[in-house]
Design a protein around this ligand. Structure first.
Ligand SMILES: [Zn+2]
Length: 356
């Protein structure tokens, strides 16, 4: 990489770090304090501390999937887009700025956060976990808009070719589009959480697998979907958090939630999906719980590789992937299936090979 590109790349990294360090007002629409949100995790701390966090050179770390370089991510330079990298217990892909505390974070999540034997088949717990996963990914899009705004304002980018700036503006517009959808879904989830019995849009299945130290709590959409009116995108302001009612109903979005929760004796798998979803990675939803254990692991592996950008594992599990040559194959498969036209192709590698 030449020096000027290196300088720009470093500046982008600085901007990303600076923007991500800043909290925002609590996500709870009924928050009475309007305090700033605390940094918290999408999975319970007990899950991360007991099963994922391990030592690397004497320091507490998790191993997470991450993008290697902002420019590679935008395809300005050649090279692998994803890599596995160590991260500290606080600033990692499972962390986000969610709710103020006290009172909101505690009020919302203490029912299962502090419970040593969380019941993942309880509808409210399923919705709360999914809500938190949802907010974290919504925040990635919100913060990407702020990051691009900072980049475009930064003097170092004054001479950036117009085509590149246009590219950033297009990404910004796409993220705004995502945020509009997110705010509607956020409110819908809040409604279900306060009335779990009224949830007719999202179904959940849950099952146990032999314990592996791999975790995620996330969502993705099975098919591409678009709702956008360009006028709305161009005139976007945060007011749309309030104004975006009725643009699309929840059931029109083919959404899937995936939670992998390692515990002492097993790996709890919780999958939530909207009414539009008939199959998950080619397997009919009604048949998933009937699959044999190796087939269930393969399904989870396929979904992680094709659809999920937010997952992590313990340093020991990673060392095993590395020493058996699996790491290289997995990263290659993730890059390959990133392209939409490759989403429906079979995945040749299995993250859990040798586990059962
Ligand atoms: Zn609050």
């Amino acid at each position: 990489m030449d020096n000027s590109l290196k300088k720009i790349n470093n500046r982008i990294k600085e901007i990303i770090i600076a923007v991500n360090k800043v909290s925002h007002v609590c996500y709870n629409p009924l928050c009475e304090t309007h305090n700033m949100a605390i940094n918290s995790h999408v999975l319970q701390n007990k899950v991360l501390w007991n099963h994922i966090i391990g030592k690397i050179h004497g320091k507490d770390k998790i191993i997470q999937l991450s993008t290697s370089d902002y420019f590679q991510q935008l395809k300005f330079t050649e090279g692998r887009i994803y890599q596995f990298s160590p991260a500290g217990p606080e600033l990692n892909m499972m962390a986000y700025w969610g709710f103020c505390n006290p009172p909101c974070d505690n009020d919302l999540f203490s029912s299962f956060e502090d419970n040593p034997n969380t019941d993942y088949s309880a509808p409210k717990t399923q919705l709360l976990l999914s809500y938190r996963a949802y907010l974290r990914l919504m925040q990635v899009d919100e913060y990407t808009i702020l990051i691009i705004d900072e980049i475009l304002r930064d003097p170092l980018f004054a001479d950036t070719p117009e085509a590149q700036k246009t590219h950033w503006r297009m990404i910004r517009a796409e993220k705004i589009g995502n945020c509009l959808k997110h705010y509607i879904l956020k409110r819908t989830l809040e409604w279900f959480i306060s009335n779990p019995a009224n949830n007719t849009a999202l179904k959940f299945i849950t099952f146990e697998l032999p314990r592996v130290p791999v975790a995620t709590s996330t969502f993705y959409t099975e098919e591409h979907y678009a709702i956008l009116d360009p006028g709305i995108v161009n005139n976007f302001t945060p007011d749309y958090r309030q104004k975006s009612d009725n643009m699309i109903s929840y059931s029109e979005i083919p959404i899937v939630f995936l939670h992998l929760i390692p515990n002492d004796n097993s790996l709890t798998v919780l999958i939530g999906y909207s009414n539009l979803i008939n199959n998950i990675s080619g397997i009919p939803v009604d048949e998933i719980t009937k699959l044999a254990i190796p087939e269930k692991f393969k399904l989870i592996s396929d979904v992680l590789i094709k659809r999920v950008e937010t997952w992590c594992m313990s340093p020991a599990f990673y060392e095993n992937l590395k020493s058996t040559g699996q790491e290289e194959k997995i990263l290659k498969a993730i890059d390959h299936h990133l392209d939409y036209e490759n989403k429906h192709l079979p995945v040749e590698v299995n993250i859990f090979e040798g586990v059962v």
